[in-house]
Structures are given as C-alpha cells and as structure tokens.
Design a protein around this ligand. Structure first.
Ligand code: FNR
Length: 181
C-alpha cells in the first residue's frame, strides 16, 4: 500500500514536515509512506497557466497523489485556517478542471496537523472540510491533532506518547483504506 503525506509548511524546521517524516518512520511494514513538501509550486496565476500550462512541480505532485492508495494532508494552522501555501497547491491540483476528479474524487484522504499551541490545528482542520468537500475526497473521520509540538516533536526525536498516537492513527487510516476498497 502507498500513502503520501503532504506537509503544508515550507519551513525547514517545520513541525508539520517533522510529523510527516515521523509518519513515514512509524508506518506499518506493508505501507510505503512518502513525506512530501510543496516547494517549487508557484502562486496560482491564470495567466501563467495559460502561458505555460501546469507547472512541473504540480504535475509531479499530481502524479504522486494519483499513484497512492491514501493521501494525508499535514497542515499547520494560520489564523484559524490552512496556510495559503497548501490551499494554493490544492487549487493548482484542480487545474485544468477536468483533473479535479481523477486527482481527488473519492480519494481516501486524512487530515493531520501540528502546532505549538494547545488546539492541535483543530480550527484549520475544520476549515479545510469546506475545500475537501468541494474536491470530493473520501475523508477519514479520525483526527490527528498534535498540540504543544515544541515539546512532543523535538528536532531529533518525538516523544513516546506521540509516537504511539501516530501509530494508532495511521493504523486506523490504513484500515479505512482497506475497508473502502
Ligand atoms: C501562526 N500560528 C498559529 N498557531 C495556531 O495554533 N493557530 C493559529 O491561528 C496560528 N496562526 C498563525 C498565523 C501565522 C501567519 C503564522 C506564521 C503562525 C503558529 C503556527 O502554528 C506555528 O508557527 C507553527 O510552527 C507553523 O507550522 P510549522 O511551520 O512548524 O509546520
């Protein structure tokens, strides 16, 4: 089984990118989980699309998503929503319009996120539901909301409690993928 975990942060020390790497380390043996970032994707601009078509970074990401059994969006929370970087990538991935369905339609998708604050990106994840409904994904109902990430997701290590939480959550997502096949 293949899963990709896309981090919505470009920051080199990002907690969310760290979380996506931790998922990769803790994935069950039969699962290949690839952590990805959104570097190289330009701001969506209809003129750019008309002039040059879909950027290579978007085409590559689309290829990764289409080849997976499951997609995880690992989102930071900015001002109670998902970062523009992530929304921008989702917007590009729905272009041209006929690509939306093969990229996202019925795609088994999970939301996760990490924040140094107390609420574990709850508001960003709730806000993302509007867009995910529009994209037509098949959403895993389990939450992975990592709070106090400065303590639980340190640069060199994740604490045991978080590792167990991630392992269990991933196991649930894998079961969800299998059950909905
Ligand atoms: C934040 N941050 C933040 N955190 C939160 O829990 N709720 C919020 O609404 C916001 N808003 C917000 C806005 C902007 C513009 C920034 C830059 C940051 C803090 C945020 O969670 C923190 O910077 C994380 O470390 C960002 O994720 P990465 O880059 O570590 O993955």
């Amino acid at each position: 089984m293949k899963i990709v975990a896309v981090s919505g942060s470009l920051r080199s020390e990002s907690f969310n990118t760290r979380l996506s790497r931790l998922m990769s380390e803790l994935a069950p043996p039969a699962v290949e989980l690839r952590p990805l970032t959104l570097h190289g994707i330009p701001l969506y601009d209809g003129d750019l699309e008309e002039r040059e078509g879909i950027p290579e970074a978007v085409r590559n990401l689309r290829g990764e998503i289409k080849a997976t059994d499951g997609l995880i969006l690992v989102t930071p929370e900015y001002n109670a929503g998902i970062p523009g970087v992530l929304k921008n990538a989702l917007d590009w991935l729905t272009r041209p319009g006929e690509e939306m369905k093969p990229t996202f339609g019925g795609r088994k998708t999970a939301l996760a996120g990490a924040t140094p604050g107390a609420w574990g990106t709850a508001l960003a994840q709730s806000g993302a539901l509007i867009t995910l409904r529009q994209l037509g994904v098949h959403l895993y109902p389990g939450y992975l909301r990592v709070s106090k990430a400065g303590e639980s997701l340190k640069a060199d290590d994740a604490d045991d409690k978080l590792s167990e939480q991630v392992r269990q959550w991933l196991g649930g997502f894998v079961d969800f993928i299998k059950e909905s096949e």
